[in-house]
Write a protein that binds this ligand. Structure first.
Ligand SMILES: NC(=O)c1ccc[n+]([C@@H]2O[C@H](COP(=O)([O-])OP(=O)(O)OC[C@H]3O[C@@H](n4cnc5c(N)ncnc54)[C@H](O)[C@@H]3O)[C@@H](O)[C@H]2O)c1
Length: 255
């Protein structure tokens, strides 16, 4: 049980239907926030919203495609119309792909990864900032990746998209500090979600999993809750003087 450090706050979580986003939405609710669960998977978002309300939190689901600025704007508008304000944004929606040498990447998949992982974050921040300003400030957390800081063969498109958003977080932190809007990124290591099989690759997933774990000093993969708890911290008053940070949540992988 975590403390209600987000009591009275209103949050939007993109990609909230699954994995890290789902866990973040649930932790935000547990910490006292009202949550807009925004995902391209409308049924999945609805299920997480129901989970939240079943646990006594205020929540609403909205179908949001982060590549479409208008639907992201809808998610923000719903936060204000349903809950009166917006304080917290988790830009979490993301796509990966099977390991491929960078020069062999499929051009359409390359564009799609950047459209969701990079421009989708930009859409999300652009839509949210006017509402955060109206609330007198806020906290944006972008889900980047440890792969955005440390290269690994086979993930040219994905890792460079994550390097882009890790750095976008730093840039936005400088540009939005005057509005009392903090912007940070999380850099998770391989996390046990629906996305994980793509990182492990189709050939020998058990061997790939063991190799990932061997590179993590704390000796296991991340669980979605590990990342969600860091998102709660960065969104809470306890992190009031932290902005522009790319926080590894990686069991020591990047040390
Ligand atoms: N799983 C990992 O190993 C890992 C490691 C580091 C970073 N990440 C990042 O964490 C974030 C969450 O990933 P996850 O592991 O929970 O994966 P996941 O596949 O379980 O969840 C991703 C969610 O994003 C949603 N989504 C995809 N495209 C979307 C779009 N255009 N608009 C709105 N929603 C969309 C999906 O429907 C899904 O609910 C991603 O940004 C991912 O890159 C994951």
């Amino acid at each position: 049980m975590i403390e209600r450090v987000l009591h009275g706050k209103v949050a939007v979580v993109t990609g909230g239907a699954s994995g890290i986003g789902r866990s973040t939405a649930l932790r935000f609710g547990e910490a006292g926030a009202s949550v807009v669960v925004a995902d391209i998977d409308a049924d999945g978002a609805e299920a997480v919203s129901k989970e939240l309300t079943g646990r006594g939190a205020a929540a609403v689901a909205v179908r949001t495609d982060v590549t479409d600025q208008a639907t992201v704007a809808d998610a923000v508008a719903i936060a204000e119309s349903e809950f009166g304000r917006l304080d917290i944004v988790s830009c979490n929606a993301g796509l990966a792909g099977f390991p491929t040498p960078a020069l062999d990447a499929d051009p359409d998949e390359f564009d799609r990864i950047f459209a969701v992982n990079v421009k989708g974050v930009w859409h999300c921040v652009r839509a949210a900032v006017p509402a955060l300003r109206r609330a007198g400030g806020g906290a944006i957390t972008i889900v980047g990746s440890v792969m955005g800081e440390r290269a690994r063969p086979g993930f040219g498109a994905y890792a460079s998209s994550k390097a882009a958003v890790n750095h976008l977080a730093r840039t936005l932190a400088l540009e939005l500090a005057g509005d009392a809007i903090r912007v940070n990124a999380l850099a998770p290591v391989a996390t046990d979600t629906a996305m994980l099989p793509q990182f492990l690759g189709p050939e020998d997933p058990e061997r790939a999993r063991a190799a990932f774990i061997a590179g993590i000093p704390l000796g296991r993969l991340a669980q979605p809750e590990d990342i969600a708890d860091a998102a709660v911290f960065l969104s809470s008053p306890a992190a009031r003087f932290i902005t522009g940070v790319v926080l590894p949540v990686d069991g020591g992988r990047s040390v």
